[in-house]
Write a protein that binds this ligand. Structure first.
Ligand SMILES: *Cc1c(COP(=O)(O)O)cnc(C)c1O
Length: 439
């Protein structure tokens, strides 16, 4: 059937709906401006691992891929029961099933008093972060994010014209934030301060005093805080993670967390937002967060059905076992690299990564961290992510979730590589890799 205003193959010439570009259809501005910095940098490297040495990828932030870290029996059984019950095939409330939200309330009791109404279950912690950022900021506004930091924050913002402004973390202060510089970034368009504690990529854990200072600054400028606390339970013996919400008297906190890292199920895509807003300062934002959650009609209900059992039944011994592996790897990698000339590892206190400074002036064959990591793969088949992936050049990040023997072998290859390329020339101007990069 053909009516006068229909578009068919034959009437391109005569109708006003003609597209001059034909089938050359362009993606949206949002899609075009959405980038994954890690992927782009990795793809730009010329990587040809040494065929004589088996590849050790210390780059992959998925703790399940090596097979040494597995989800607990309780976690797996909880999902089996949820499937068999037949009760979780339908849609849930867009914020998540009430029972699941109740279980999260218990699980995050240490963060401060909340009710199931303050919980939104999301498709992973990254979706929790996306919902928070998009609810708090409009195009033209800005969000303060850490440098070095997780590149997803940038990915989520830039396509929408939300500016990310980087506050520096200071390696010589165990990666505390430079609060003076942070304050200098704040203007009328600042929508929120985002903190990531414990940190990816630094493995640092903020002290109580430091968190209080951040709260004071946020309070001074009426800025809510987005707290990416996905690693809140990944803290090694001797350090303690304190939820920023537990210290806040007046500043509203949106804490983002999830199952991904602690329960070792990244593919299950289950995370949450906990809204800490004791004085109802964020009522408009809370409504907005819930409206945003409805854009995907709520998250995976099967895992929601399993969530009460997962959160209540997984034994402490399981978590302790995982942490033992991480902290042993951290210590071993730190010890192996701390005396390597030209390197400066910074001992992590939590999460599952370690940052290693490169005194790049002592490695004249490499102009920057990108070429350093590239040649490290090509000669030694050890792949680490360059600091540039985290907006922090002249460092590289290693993941600590690989089997112990792999970490040992990788570190010995890294030191061999450094020994070969290190040139201690007094005439070279040494760059002090402990200085934060300037903006
Ligand atoms: C892994 C990670 C996330 C993403 O978690 P998902 O639940 O897989 O979406 C968020 N923030 C940081 C800092 C991470 O390292």
């Amino acid at each position: 059937m053909r009516t006068s205003d229909s578009i068919s193959d034959t009437d391109h010439e005569e109708t006003s709906f003609t597209k001059s570009s034909g089938w050359k259809i362009r993606s949206s501005k949002l899609a075009r401006n959405t980038h994954n910095r890690i992927r782009e940098i990795v793809e730009s490297l010329k990587i040809e691992p040494n065929p004589e040495k088996p590849m050790i990828p210390l780059s992959i932030g998925d703790p399940t891929i090596f097979g040494n870290l597995e989800a607990s029996v309780e976690t797996i059984n909880a999902v089996k029961c949820a499937i068999e019950s037949g009760k979780y095939n339908g849609y849930a409330h867009t914020a998540g099933h009430e029972e699941a939200r109740k279980a999260i309330v218990e699980y995050v009791a240490h963060q401060g008093p909340v009710t199931p109404n303050d919980i939104i279950i999301c498709s992973g912690c990254s979706s929790a972060l996306e919902i928070c950022i998009l609810t708090l900021a409009d195009e033209g506004q800005n969000i303060l994010v850490p440098r070095p930091g997780f590149c997803l924050y940038n990915t989520l913002c830039e396509g929408l014209g939300i500016e990310v402004r980087y506050y520096n973390l200071l390696p010589e202060k165990e990666w505390e934030a430079d609060l003076e510089q942070m304050e200098s970034l704040i203007d009328n368009n600042t929508a929120s301060i985002l903190i990531n504690n414990p940190s990816n990529p630094c493995g640092s854990v903020f002290s109580k005093t430091h968190l209080q200072k951040i709260l004071k600054l946020a309070g001074k400028y009426y800025l809510p805080i987005i707290a990416d606390e996905i690693y809140e339970h990944f803290v090694f013996t001797g350090s303690k993670h304190i939820a920023i919400s537990s210290l806040s008297k007046d500043v509203p906190i949106l804490s983002c967390g999830g199952l991904t890292k602690r329960f070792l199920v990244p593919g299950w895509r289950t995370g949450w937002i906990v809204i800490h807003d004791r004085d109802n300062r964020l009522s408009d934002i809370t409504k907005g967060l819930k409206q945003m959650a409805a854009r995907i009609l709520g998250s995976n209900t099967l895992v929601q059905g399993a969530l009460p059992d997962i959160l209540r039944n997984t034994p402490q011994s399981y978590f302790d076992g995982v942490l033992d592996i991480l902290s042993q790897n951290a210590k071993s990698a730190y010890d192996a690299l701390k005396d390597v000339a030209g390197l400066k590892p910074i001992l992590p206190r939590g999460a599952m990564y370690m940052m290693v400074g490169i005194d790049i002036a002592s490695f004249p064959s490499f102009p920057n961290d990108l070429e350093f990591v590239q040649d490290l793969v090509n000669e030694q088949s050890v792949f680490c992510l360059p600091g540039s992936c985290f907006e922090y050049p002249n460092y590289f990040r290693i993941v600590l979730t690989v089997p112990y023997e792999m970490i040992e072998e990788a570190c010995s290859r890294i030191s061999e590589f450094c020994e070969k390329h290190y040139k201690n020339d007094e005439n070279l101007i040494k760059c002090d890799f402990l200085q934060p990069v300037s903006s």
